[in-house]
Design a protein around this ligand. Structure first.
Ligand code: KG4
Ligand code: ZN
Length: 367
């Protein structure tokens, strides 16, 4: 989309800052953020419900939507306060339209509609996965201090064509990005998402929710070579599969339980984590080579994994864009950042817009 690139360049050259409020409630984080020109984070508030859901061992949808209702307006108010602006200083409101939990999405959508209607602001419904991608455009240094530093230079933008790996609780997607808002899906998971596999194995090994950080912590005390778990390479395609790995870990646990009460949980966690990482890194680098991309973006909750980040840094000959850890998991800055690129490309939605709980990224690309 050269047109979008041109509009972005023009906008940066003119001195008019465009400020977008992002609203994100697709799962169990209630989040609001204000981002200027798609890159500068003026505020970023995330109210996590993780503690609330830990007792259920996973996200309880009904509890999630009730909690969003309680938290959404205080979170938005705090985002405005931290950015030192009011609703009337905004140019638009971007809200996650999907994919996500229907009841949770509706809360953010209705809040955004109410504010947009009340203040006469343009409203934009955006795709959550696309938001994860646009976290790569955010300038992360000194996140909220950036407002104080007017002359601060922005870090370089990701260069097209680029390859993006989105690894979250619900998705594992390999995307070729030709330009702004222009995607080609190469492949994705055929069964469990990478984050889902982390969460399920964590539960199997008796670790607390959320599973990814628990597995990461246990892995540091374990030997990744202790168990030789399978890697599904699916060589002729760019898809992923983690169900065979999950079954292999389950089978090993059952076998070990027959001979001892004390499971080597750290070794199991480390060996599982390494199997997931080998495939994610191996396939991404292979695709980057095949499609001759300039750079790679890694995004989504699992990109917070330290061992995954390290392996990419060690193995990748391509420049990498991996958000800082706190920006990998769900947040609204990525929604506001994406909102800017869609706003300047001309997207405007109407108040009868509904949520799209199963909205694939591929269907979000056209305006
Ligand atoms: O992007 P995200 O916050 O929500 C979705 O859009 O799904 O991703 C959440 C997922 C969870 O499955 C969680 O276990 C995983 O990201 N995750 C991690 C780590 N931190 C979060 N997985 C592995 N290592 C981590 N450090
Ligand atoms: Zn997410």
């Amino acid at each position: 989309m050269d047109q979008v690139k041109q509009m972005v360049d023009n906008r940066f050259q003119s001195d008019i800052p465009i400020r977008i409020l992002g609203v994100e409630t697709s799962c169990d984080e209630t989040a609001a953020a204000i981002v200027e020109n798609g890159r500068i984070i003026l505020s970023n508030i995330v109210a996590s419900q993780a503690d609330l859901h830990a007792q259920f061992g996973g996200v309880f949808p009904e509890v999630a939507s009730r909690q969003h209702i309680k938290t959404i307006f205080p979170v938005v108010q705090q985002a405005l306060k931290n950015a030192h602006i009011g609703l009337s200083d905004l140019d638009a409101i971007a809200v996650t339209r999907g994919p996500g939990l229907p009841g949770s999405l509706v809360v953010g959508m209705n809040a955004a509609k109410g504010m947009a209607m009340g203040c006469g602001l343009p409203l934009l419904g955006v795709n959550h996965l696309e938001g994860h991608l646009y976290s790569a455009w955010l300038a992360h240094d000194g996140i909220e201090e950036s407002i104080e530093q007017e002359n601060k230079e922005l870090p370089p933008e990701p260069q097209f064509p680029l390859l993006a790996l989105i690894v979250s609780g619900g998705h594992t997607e390999l995307i070729l990005m030709h330009g702004h808002l222009d995607y080609e899906r190469l492949g994705g998971t055929l069964d469990d998402a990478a984050g889902e596999a982390f969460d399920k194995i964590a539960r199997l090994l008796g670790f607390p929710y959320p599973g990814g950080p628990s597995i990461q912590k246990a892995s540091k005390e374990g030997n990744p070579k202790a168990f030789e778990f399978p890697r599904a390479w699916l060589n002729e395609r760019w898809d992923f599969s983690f169900s065979g790995l999950k079954t292999a870990v389950l089978r090993e646990v059952k076998k070990l339980e027959k001979v001892s009460q004390n499971l080597p949980v750290n070794d199991l966690a480390a060996s599982f984590q390494e199997a997931v990482i080998d495939v994610l890194v191996g396939k991404t680098l292979k695709a980057a080579n095949e499609y001759q991309v300039k750079e790679i973006i890694i995004a989504g909750g699992v990109s917070a994994n330290e061992a995954l980040r390290l392996k990419f840094k060690q193995d990748s000959p391509y420049p990498l864009h991996i958000p800082p850890i706190q920006m990998c998991t769900d947040n609204a800055a990525m929604i506001a950042g994406l909102g800017y690129y869609r706003f300047i490309a001309g997207q405007r939605d109407t108040y009868d817009m509904d949520v799209l709980p199963n909205w694939p990224l591929s269907e979000a690309s056209s305006l």
